[in-house]
Design a protein around this ligand. Structure first.
Ligand SMILES: [Fe+2]
Ligand SMILES: [Fe+2]
Length: 265
């Protein structure tokens, strides 16, 4: 079983354990340029306009977009496990838990959508998160991109969306879903922060300088983010003041040049 080559979303979830077992038993699995999808994949710029969150289909679209992000988050974490050899066993164990957590987020979004009478594929999806990484990434770069940049940005975005959902006249299940996911996402970003600092320590690298250096090297291939950096959530997720300041500077440069962006995971 190779989750990346399986296009059906339910089969991907069913095959996850087998894929992990294969990797852990030392099998080499192919990592394709693009993870397979059974639904229309479109560049984010070509996605149809969104309806407001006061509409049921506006909320369904939000959950569908979130489902697409959760699926990519699951696959990116699985990709790290599959792609890098000789990983620290503790890191591997925590990564497997994270993969399963992303799978549960994806399932929750799918289940809620289906309960509401919508389906996976009712809107196009994108692969912007999958495309933010490269086979050439070092492990530190990969942890930085996936768990600190993309998932960290997801925390900022989730807080903004939660506030908009709380402002609706009628309570919505979308808020419950997003609240559950956001609480667990803090742990994913903590995982990224912890291991980024730990791997820098092991290599005797200054983690602040490494953070700045990766951000500069990767800035053109990272999705552009413009939500305000949420200081409180970032602190909970083990970002230090220097790192938050660097992210703020990058955000300001994006704001002044280009307003297109995607939500993180
Ligand atoms: Fe998630
Ligand atoms: Fe996550």
């Amino acid at each position: 079983m190779n989750v990346f080559l399986e296009p059906n979303c339910d089969e991907k979830l069913k095959g996850l354990e087998l894929h992990i077992e294969a990797v852990m038993s030392g099998k080499k699995l192919v990592i394709p340029d693009f993870s397979a999808r059974e639904v229309l994949v479109l560049d984010l710029k070509l996605h149809p306009p969104k309806k407001g969150l006061s509409f049921k289909d506006g909320q369904a679209r939000l959950l569908h977009d979130l489902a697409s992000i959760e699926l990519q988050a699951m696959e990116l974490a699985l990709r790290t496990l599959t792609e890098y050899e000789g990983l620290n066993p503790q890191f591997q164990e925590e990564m497997i838990q994270l993969i399963k957590s992303e799978a549960s987020h994806f399932s929750l979004c799918l289940r809620t959508l289906r309960d509401w009478g919508f389906n996976w594929g009712d809107w196009p999806v994108h692969l912007a998160l999958w495309n933010a990484v490269s086979k050439e990434d070092t492990l530190e770069e990969r942890i930085f991109i996936v768990h600190r940049y993309l998932e960290g940005s997801g925390l900022d975005a989730a807080d903004t969306i939660l506030r908009r959902l709380k402002g609706l006249e009628v309570p919505t299940q979308a808020m419950e879903v997003l609240t559950i996911i956001t609480a667990e996402e803090i742990g994913h970003v903590q995982f990224g922060s912890h291991w980024f600092h730990e791997f820098c320590r092991q290599k005797k690298l200054d983690s602040d300088q490494e953070f700045r250096s990766i951000l500069q090297r990767k800035r053109h291939s990272l999705p552009k983010r413009v939500e305000p950096i949420n200081f409180e959530l970032r602190k909970k997720a083990l970002f230090n003041d220097f790192e938050i300041q660097e992210l703020n500077q990058l955000r300001e440069s994006f704001l002044s040049k280009d307003k297109s962006y995607v939500r993180g995971c």
